[in-house]
Structures are given as C-alpha cells and as structure tokens.
Design a protein around this ligand. Structure first.
Ligand SMILES: C[S@@+](CC[C@H](N)C(=O)[O-])C[C@H]1O[C@@H](n2cnc3c(N)ncnc32)[C@H](O)[C@@H]1O
Length: 261
C-alpha cells in the first residue's frame, strides 16, 4: 500500500482512495490483499482529503444549506484531490462514490469493476458526515456504489469491501491451490459445503463421497450440493443462474424432494 506521492508504476493496475481517514486502509496490508500488493498485482494509493483543504485548520466540511443536522463534505477539496490524481495517471479515471444511494454491489458488479482496472485508474471516493456536496457528484463521479440498504458512518469500510472483492478476482491474487471460480455467486449459485480433518467431529462424519477419491463423483456431489443449498438459502439466485442441462435436471429433482414442486 503506498501513501500519496510515492514512486508510481503506471503499467500496473491501480486504485486510488480518497478519504478523511486514510489510516483506516492500513487493514489492506494483510491477507490476500496485502500479498497482491506486495507481489505487484496492483497498487493502492490513499489520499487524505485534508491535504486539499484551503485553510490552516484543514477543513473539508461545512454546514448544509437549508439547515438541518450534520455537516457536508465540500466539493472543492474533493475536486482538487481528484484532479491531482488525474494529473499523476496516464489512464482515465473511473470515479466511484461509495454511497447508500448507489447501485447495490453484487458479484457481476465486482467483476465489471475489476475489468475497469485494465482500462482505467479506479478512484474510490469515501464520504463522511451527511455525505458530499451534490455538485461534486454531478460533475466528477462516474457511478455510485452501495454495499446494501443500510447506512454506514463512512465510505471507508465500503471501499475496503469493494477492493477486497475485486482483488481476489485478479489472476494470481489467490494461492495456487485456491480459486475464485467455485466461490458463491461466481456462477450465480452458492458454493457447496466444505469439510476438513478430522473425518469424525464429535459424531458428525464427513460425507463418504469426499473420502472416495472418485473425482467425478465428488464433482457431481458438489454440483448437487451447490444447487441444493442455493434452493434452500437463496432461491432468488436460481432465477438468473446459468445452468447446464444436467444441473437443470438435478434442480427439478431437488425441487420435487424439498418443496414437492
Ligand atoms: C452517514 S453516511 C451519509 C448518508 C446520507 N446522509 C444518506 O442518508 O444518504 C456517510 C457516508 O458513508 C458512506 N456510506 C454510508 N452507507 C453506505 C452504504 N450502504 N454503501 C456505501 N457507502 C455508504 C457514504 O460514503 C456516505 O457519504
């Protein structure tokens, strides 16, 4: 993770984050993300909005016109930060404002943003207080992205979620033995269940097929379990999942068993 103004390699995928609390992004030093950055798969640069304030108190917010509670982030420091980032980058920026009013992020949205990293420098704009001046959104924001229908106190955790979800899709981000392709939502289904040692955990045994060494049987079982648990936990996903003819057959059979359809 670099902080602003350090040496920058233009050829690498990059994400710029604008926040009043850039220190929160220390969390990105760890796990899959920390490794991806260390291995040069992408660069993440955090920018402190207060560095673009124009007064000695480093103010970035002010009272809302029309009255009411809370403060609003001023457009000017944010605009200066965005234009400063653009001047440092050779690709166009794609500015995403993390906002409860944005499109709720789902796996296809994560994939789309990951693709954007090839052609654009992604800028994640984190709001605080009551949010940011509408005129900045209208002039410089390309899309608004929400984590869900609830309100967070700031966009920082939302930005970290977006970054984490995207980065694990980058080739080489996950270890050799792991892959995002079986994960829940990657094919529109929930993933099958996992088990590890011991074979017998206080009387609960690992399903026999997983001990059989028969890879085809294991693949069939996993495919069935993915369908079964999607039907049980998230039946809404099945409406848009792309299923093979075999999966459709299994699903029809499961529906008969589980819901007597
Ligand atoms: C307290 S919220 C502002 C909420 C705003 N007054 C409203 O009601 O729409 C402060 C900041 O947190 C972030 N935020 C809050 N909820 C979010 C969500 N569900 N998804 C993404 N970001 C969110 C946004 O950056 C927002 O500007």
């Amino acid at each position: 993770m670099s902080t602003a103004n350090k040496a920058y390699n233009q050829s690498v995928k990059s994400i710029d984050v604008i926040s009043v609390i850039p220190q929160m992004f220390e969390a990105l030093h760890y796990g899959v993300l920390g490794r991806a950055v260390k291995n040069g798969l992408l660069q993440i640069t955090c920018w402190d909005v207060r560095d673009y304030s124009e007064d000695k108190h480093r103010t970035v917010d002010d009272k809302p016109y029309g009255g009411g509670p809370g403060m609003v982030m001023m457009a000017k420091p944010l605009r200066k930060a965005i234009l400063h980032i653009q001047a440092q980058r050779d690709k166009p920026l794609w500015v995403v404002y993390l906002s409860p009013q944005g499109t709720v992020l789902k796996q296809p949205g994560v994939m789309r943003l990951k693709e954007k990293l090839s052609t654009h420098n992604l800028v994640l704009l984190c709001g605080r207080y009551e949010g940011i001046d509408e005129r900045l959104i209208e002039s410089l924001v390309d899309e608004e992205c929400s984590l869900g229908d609830y309100v967070l106190s700031g966009g920082e955790f939302a930005a970290m979620v977006v970054i984490d979800a995207m980065v694990r899709l980058l080739p080489g981000a996950l270890g050799d033995n792991t892959s995002a392709s079986d994960d829940s939502f990657s094919r529109g289904l929930l993933e099958y269940p996992h088990y590890t040692r011991p074979e017998n955990d206080e009387g609960a045994r690992v399903p026999e097929v997983l001990l059989s060494g028969d890879h085809q049987a294991i693949a069939r079982w996993r495919s069935r379990m993915a369908l079964q648990r999607t039907l049980a936990k998230r039946p809404d996903l099945l409406e848009s999942a792309q299923l093979s003819a075999e999966e459709k057959e299994i699903l029809a059979e499961l529906k008969k068993i589980i819901i007597g359809d």
